[in-house]
Write a protein that binds this ligand. Structure first.
Ligand SMILES: Cc1cc2nc3c(=O)[nH]c(=O)nc-3n(C[C@H](O)[C@H](O)[C@H](O)COP(=O)(O)OP(=O)(O)OC[C@H]3O[C@@H](n4cnc5c(N)ncnc54)[C@H](O)[C@@H]3O)c2cc1C
Length: 465
């Protein structure tokens, strides 16, 4: 077995690993980045990202954001609210409070952001980016600092010395076993949701068939390697970010194939029934949990339905085509619903329960239905203005909510809640932040903030050894 030695071994070349490598090299450390995918697929799920949630109110840049006045405390509250207060408050504090500094740090490194949303209906502070270019720019900076990237390198094991400190990563590089020794290791290998077997194990039968939006390599073996040497698991292993995506999305690596704007219409299943409060909250605070609800409907499929009043508010990013009909009946027939009669009735009952005031797509406008057992809480406009438009959708796997347990300083905890010496983790390889739901744009911020923190903790540990 060949052996390589560095100050810090970083596992994963997504946002968390890149942020860790950037910060560690600033602190004078020699790092190596191990990436399981071939070079052309590098960047993990980060390759498909398009937004970075930040408190726009607390940032000093000369730009007009599409949502102004979003504060650090709003960011904290949004994470806590959408997770029903199950998110770890300390981790949430680090992410929300670290977002501004991390954004400024990335900006100083030369990242150029877009400030206006490409699609309508955003209600939280964000900046916009193109994930693939973003990854390339960060890798370029690191290569300029002579950082070694080893592609086709899959971390499968961690080595602890007699005192319990993690001192190496055992990887398969092009099928050969290679040991990468380091004074510290940062685990930034993403989640496990791309594994059919783990989706079935953690979410249930049928989930193996769910379409995977991100990369095919996030199958969780590096998380298991950490647990094999004593790391504690944390977070909601039985739940995940599952988004509303076009039913014709590819089975894997579909990327951005969402259909947004469902909150202004209805979502019906093949039985012609509604099953979620489409207007419960802003799109960014419902899309990641509604995807799972859709996947649980017959044939893992449902249909967004809008009319002429709101069709322009729908952002259709998927490969399929919208279906139109001059009447609801013809639309439902064209969409192939099994219970067209019931679907027509459902819309009629819904229309009768609507009594809207002014429609405002950019805020929770309070236009709620009255008297329905399953209400629609905002944007309840009757669907009565042809042509009617329908979009077949399914739920798409984004990332799993379980991972290793970390402290607010990104130290990995063992099953007795003691930090494992020399082992740090960041991003989707960790658990504890997201439960039940997810506020859009937070995964990238979480990975960047904690990647940076992990590097700082690892560098301090290396210096003190
Ligand atoms: C389609 C899509 C769109 C998204 N859009 C957004 C968005 O706009 N905003 C947002 O905030 N979040 C978004 N997310 C979520 C976001 O991508 C993640 O939360 C974030 O990128 C996580 O970063 P990470 O570094 O932890 O993981 P990743 O970016 O997934 O990186 C993990 C890396 O580790 C590698 N790896 C895995 N196993 C091993 C191993 N054993 N050994 C070595 N390497 C390994 C993987 O190949 C990968 O490169 C999106 C996700 C998807 C799938």
């Amino acid at each position: 077995m060949s052996e390589h030695t560095h100050d810090i071994v970083i596992v994963g070349c997504g946002m968390a690993g890149l942020a860790a490598a950037l910060r560690a090299t600033e602190l004078g450390k020699d790092v190596v980045v191990l990436e399981k995918s071939p070079k052309e697929h590098r960047g993990g799920h980060t390759r498909w990202t398009e937004s970075f949630r930040i408190p726009t109110a607390d940032i000093d840049v000369d730009a007009e954001f599409n949502v102004e006045g979003y504060t650090t405390s709003d960011f904290y509250s949004d994470i806590m609210n959408v997770t029903n207060y199950r998110a770890d408050p300390e981790l949430t504090k680090r992410v929300s409070e670290g977002a501004v500094e991390t954004f400024e740090w990335l900006t100083d490194l030369g990242i150029e952001w877009e400030y206006q949303a490409p699609h309508p209906g955003y209600t939280a502070g964000r900046v916009w980016l193109h994930g693939e270019d973003f990854v390339d720019e960060l890798v370029d900076i690191l290569e300029g600092r002579d950082v070694e990237f080893v592609y086709d390198a899959e971390a499968r094991g961690l080595v602890r010395d007699d005192d319990g400190a993690v001192t190496a990563v055992d990887a398969r590089v092009d099928g050969r076993k290679v040991r990468f020794s380091g004074e510290a290791v940062v685990l930034a290998a993403g989640d496990y949701g791309s594994s059919k077997e783990k989706r079935t194990r953690y979410y249930g039968p049928g989930y193996g068939n769910m379409k995977v939006r991100g990369n095919r390599y996030n199958t969780g073996e590096a998380i298991e390697a950490a647990m094999d040497v004593g790391a504690k698991s944390d977070g909601e292993w039985g739940d995940a970010h599952m988004a509303i995506i076009d039913v014709e999305s590819p089975d894997v690596e579909g990327g951005i194939t969402r259909i947004d704007g469902y909150q202004y219409g209805l979502i019906l299943n093949h039985d012609g029934e509604r099953f979620v409060d489409e207007g419960q909250d802003s799109r960014a605070h419902t899309y990641a949990k509604f995807g799972r609800k859709i996947f649980e409907q017959p044939y893992h499929e449902a249909f967004i339905v809008v009319d002429g009043k709101t069709v322009d508010e729908v952002a259709h990013m998927g490969p399929g085509r919208p279906i139109t009909g001059d009447s609801l009946e013809s639309l439902f027939n064209r969409l192939g619903l099994e219970r067209v009669d019931r679907a027509v009735e459902t819309v009629a009952e819904y229309n009768a329960a609507c009594d809207p005031g002014e429609f405002d797509p950019d805020s929770l406008d309070g236009n709620a239905t009255e008297g329905l057992e399953l209400p629609k809480t905002n944007w309840a406009l009757p669907i009565d203005d042809p042509p009617f438009v329908g979009y077949p959708v399914t739920g798409g796997m984004t990332f799993g909510f379980g991972g290793v347990a970390i402290t607010p300083d990104a130290e990995v905890l063992d099953t007795r809640d003691e930090p494992i010496e020399g082992l740090y983790a960041a991003g989707n390889a960790t658990g504890g932040l997201f439960y039940n739901n997810y506020p859009g744009g937070t995964g990238l911020t979480n990975a960047a903030v904690f990647g940076r923190i992990a590097a700082e903790s690892a560098a301090t540990y290396v210096d003190e050894r």
